[in-house]
Write a protein that binds this ligand. Sequence first.
Ligand SMILES: NC(=O)c1ccc[n+]([C@@H]2O[C@H](COP(=O)([O-])OP(=O)(O)OC[C@H]3O[C@@H](n4cnc5c(N)ncnc54)[C@H](OP(=O)(O)O)[C@@H]3O)[C@@H](O)[C@H]2O)c1
Length: 321
Amino acid sequence: MRAVIVNEPGGVDALEVVERPDPDPSPGEVLIRVRATGVNRPDLLQRQGLYQPPPGTTDILGLECSGEVAALGDGVTGFAVGDQVCALLGGGGYAELVAVPAGQVARVPEGADVVDAGGLMETTCTVWSNVVMIGGLDAGQRLLVHGGTSGIGTSAIQIATALGARVATTVGSAEKAEACRELGADIVVNYREQDFAEELRDDPADVVLDIIGAKYLPSNIAVLARGGRLVVIGMQGGITGELDLSALMGRWGSVTGTLLRPRPPEEKAEIVAETVAHVWPMIADGRVRPIVHATFPLADVAQAHQVLEESSHVGKVVLIP
Ligand SMILES: NC(=O)c1ccc[n+]([C@@H]2O[C@H](COP(=O)([O-])OP(=O)(O)OC[C@H]3O[C@@H](n4cnc5c(N)ncnc54)[C@H](OP(=O)(O)O)[C@@H]3O)[C@@H](O)[C@H]2O)c1
């Protein structure tokens, strides 16, 4: 099968399409013939040598996919060969075939086609697990999510809006601000021109989903409502920041950070089950739409990474093997 790996970490030229042996499903695994695989920012970090796959994980890139069930490992029930599915992966999505524990596989949701579903799992599972399972966002509460037009952001805005929460977000341009308003955000802050902490002073956040890290830490604490939860999932603005404990205590606030990729299969299975139970109905009735900015053939993987590097996208970029 064809697959994408990185031999020497670097720029988009470091991505190589190679031939690899077809995988066989181990007991408990589903073999998927990949129809689409989403490009996520962590893939760019892996390409640059800044995010190693967890021990025992394939060196083939790709954290999610969709496709058809090609074979079932021993003991797998609930799926049949030919079913259209999507999956949360520890790696291996940028390939023609991938084997994955059955608990990380779900049916393509009603209302989504199989290509769109290739970019669904990583973002919806990251958003549901962090914003709801950890952050506890509820109807009527305010979510602040940074990077509203990112894969994560477009998903978070729609899911939180569908829950009945009010969403604030940050973006880098007027066009992106408009896109976020259309998705349901009622406060959109252009971080190049405005200070989000100022803009949210009178309407603070119950949950902040943060992808920026150090650079935004003081302001993220400043925008927390009483009992607010800051959940950090990215470090695009640096790793080490200064935490004003008195500001945190004054808000009865909490700070959490999580990674989805290195979690054991049982935890991923729980997240997938919760996400499917709550988000798939939102997709089926149209409250949440998979937003696919562009698709590229697997051979053009460098161009696909370039789009994310330039940050010209709204939603997901998807590869078609
Ligand atoms: N912890 C986990 O388990 C986990 C899982 C998946 C993803 N992530 C993280 O989530 C983040 C988003 O991933 P993705 O794949 O959705 O990425 P993406 O689509 O490439 O989006 C990155 C976003 O960052 C925004 N951004 C850059 N600088 C910003 C700033 N100063 N303030 C606000 N926004 C800014 C960009 O918006 P503009 O173009 O408007 O600047 C862009 O929308 C990444 O940091 C990734 O590592 C974490």
